[in-house]
Write a protein that binds this ligand. Structure first.
Ligand SMILES: Cc1cc2nc3c(=O)[nH]c(=O)nc-3n(C[C@H](O)[C@H](O)[C@H](O)COP(=O)(O)O)c2cc1C
Length: 277
């Protein structure tokens, strides 16, 4: 049986400080053992399973109970092919048994204001943050529920590279923003637990203090690299930055963030009805 100690070791590369043999309840075990899956078996996901999964997803908390998350379940083969065609570098979008698009939906509550004859006075950045938070929480609920049912998931933010095309394919009106796709199916492989930054970096006590960042990130890179070294072929932007001898998580993320990503998103959101002030 997996112990808390083995789960913490897998997630953080070192054991925790509490009772290591403590029993881990099933919810915590699902969260601690989470892994993204990108390869799926042919096994279909039955309608009853999907129903449970979606019911659990929309049980997630929602800011002010505004319920500003909407999903598009892509069942039409042609639409799936079109969507998969937008992200050819991620063949799991085409091959997964089920595919969804998670949308931040600011339209529904605006329509409800109209239906009740009230002005809609909250077309602002906070309303977008609330809707995107609702999506993020629903996405996590979806992943956890799916994993508890033996399924695997891969969220797909690369859909945002081409929001106009996504919106056209699934007919998204203004104020409905595609935040992420979601691949779902029974995993073809066991997958692996991806190591996270230590809590000493991600959880501050009383005041924000990142003075330990340089040492902690170096140590984290070393722990990750000892478990899995990123192959030279996967080093990003080699022409620009050369081949690094020690290519850890931080080098990978620094290289990724050195090149602008998705400059289309701000203009898309602004021009599709969300005020950002
Ligand atoms: C909002 C969101 C968008 C993501 N987009 C993609 C994506 O476009 N393609 C992909 O292969 N993985 C995607 N992922 C998966 C992440 O790469 C993965 O969660 C991360 O590497 C950590 O691995 P883990 O989930 O196995 O712990 C996404 C995850 C999230 C939460």
């Amino acid at each position: 049986m997996d112990t808390l100690s083995s789960m913490l070791e897998a997630r953080y590369g070192r054991p925790g400080s509490t009772d290591q043999e403590a029993e881990v309840n099933p919810v915590l075990a699902t969260l601690l053992q989470h892994r993204t899956h990108r390869a799926f078996s042919d096994q279909a996901v039955q309608a009853e399973v999907l129903e449970q999964l979606l019911a659990a997803t929309f049980s997630a908390p929602s800011k002010s109970d505004l319920q500003q998350c909407s999903l598009i379940h892509i069942q039409n083969k042609g639409k799936r092919e079109e969507l998969a065609g937008l992200v050819p570098t991620m063949p799991w979008v085409a091959s997964c048994p089920e595919f969804f698009i998670f949308c931040a939906d600011g339209r529904r509550i605006q329509r409800i204001a109209e239906l009740r004859g009230k002005p809609f006075a909250n077309n602002n950045l906070d309303n977008l943050i609330a809707a995107v938070c609702d999506v993020g929480i629903a996405l996590q609920a979806f992943v956890t529920a799916a994993e508890s049912l033996g399924l695997g998931c891969c969220p797909i933010s690369v859909l945002r590279d081409n929001m106009e095309a996504v919106a056209r394919i699934v007919n998204l009106p203004d104020r409905v923003i595609p935040v992420a796709g979601m691949c779902l199916g029974y995993p073809a492989r066991e997958g692996f637990v991806s190591m996270r930054l230590p809590l000493s970096v991600t959880c501050h006590v009383d005041t924000y203090d990142d003075s330990n960042l340089p040492q902690e990130v170096d140590a984290y890179d070393q722990r990750r690299d000892a478990r899995y070294s990123i192959p030279e072929a996967q080093q990003k932007y080699k022409k620009k930055y050369g081949i690094a001898e020690m290519y850890g998580w931080s080098e990978d993320k620094a290289r990724q963030m050195s090149v602008p990503e998705r400059e289309n998103v701000g203009p898309y959101v602004r021009s599709h009805g969300f005020g950002l002030d």
